[in-house]
Design a protein around this ligand. Sequence first.
Ligand code: FES
Length: 108
Amino acid sequence: MALVKYILEDNSEVTIEAHVGQNLMQIAIENDVEGIEGACGGSCMCATCHVKVESVNGVELEERSELELEVLEMEIDEVATNSRLGCQIEINKEIESITVRIESIQSI
Ligand code: FES
């Protein structure tokens, strides 16, 4: 179990208890968190699950894969060092809490 805090585009916050094995896109969709669309279903192809990771407690996140970085660079104007695809961040046993800011893009 980990706490996932989403900071929405209007700066309001939503905190959700998440289970090991869920990714940040799925958690947002299941809990009607605004701004995460997940258009490709988590296949690392659309970037409509874009978030910026503000903090993580418990463990360092793994680096972005080459494919994740490629998709971010194709779909996002300015890719920040903490830009991630929510579908590529899976809750594991080590993560105690994670805070991400939603910076969504719309699918066409
Ligand atoms: S849901 Fe499409 S890249 Fe994450």
